[in-house]
Design a protein around this ligand. Structure first.
Ligand SMILES: [Zn+2]
Length: 242
């Protein structure tokens, strides 16, 4: 349970952690204010820090509250859904069969009029899965050649905590279907990461040496992947060996 402080009329959640610097965030969907602080920071220090940032907090809270949360769409016309890192506007059409088509930055979803948000979410999930399955073969082939390994099988699934996983013994790679919501470079980064595990199981110096060699900008891509603007995401990691 986080500690709470009232500072300049703002309720602030305080979390004490083993870190060096204070870190202030305003979080969706309601603009609540959270601060992580080093373990033994005095409340007076926190008060001073947050008071000095009250304008910044107000600005961010206003902005967050005025934007609907993209992770929680109702699947009605006008909802914004991310596709390969671009926010697209959903248009609902009524028909007898289900289908989704992307044209420019418009996503046309044909559904039965009586369909629920949950059913529409399922239709979108399958569509994302197909996007990913269509994009993967070419990327896998490209990077198999560069890294000098061969994947046994490549699969897509919905994962809550990882962007990808790899069973090094079976050479089986799994990719999170939510990657179809992210910039294409994010998928590429996860592909490289998982393929490099076929050379080096652990997250060690050898592993990161390969990453630096093959994809020098991987840290920046990973940061973008794990710190999206206002969207719910699986945890921090990317991939794990089994
Ligand atoms: Zn990994």
């Amino acid at each position: 349970m986080a500690e709470k402080l009232l500072i300049s009329g703002i309720e602030v959640e305080v979390q004490r952690k083993k870190i060096k610097n204070m870190h202030l965030t305003v979080r969706p969907p309601d603009g609540r204010v959270h601060i992580s602080v080093p373990l033994y920071t005095g409340n007076d220090v926190i008060h001073r820090f947050v008071s000095g940032k009250s304008n910044w907090i107000q600005r961010h809270a206003d902005r967050i509250r005025s934007h609907p949360r993209p992770s929680d769409p109702e699947y009605i016309s006008g909802d914004m859904l991310p596709v390969w890192g671009r926010l697209c506007t959903l248009e609902i059409l009524y028909g007898r069969t289900h289908c989704v088509e992307l044209e420019g930055d418009r996503l046309y979803m044909t559904v039965r009029e009586a369909s629920t948000a949950c059913q529409r979410a399922g239709i979108m999930t399958e569509w994302y899965r197909r996007q990913l399955k269509a994009a993967l073969p070419e990327l896998i082939q490209k990077w198999e050649n560069i890294v000098g390994v061969e994947a046994g099988s490549v699969r897509v699934k919905n994962m809550r905590t990882r962007w990808g996983t790899c069973n090094t013994k079976e050479k089986r790679l799994w990719f999170n279907l939510r990657l179809a919501r992210k910039l294409p470079e994010c998928l590429e980064y996860v592909v490289v990461h998982e393929l490099v595990h076929l050379k080096e199981k652990g997250h060690n110096a050898v592993f990161y040496g390969y990453m630096d060699q093959y994809l020098p900008e991987w840290r920046a891509i990973r940061h973008g992947l794990n710190h999206p603007a206002g969207e719910w995401d699986p945890g921090i990691d990317h991939g794990e060996r089994e």
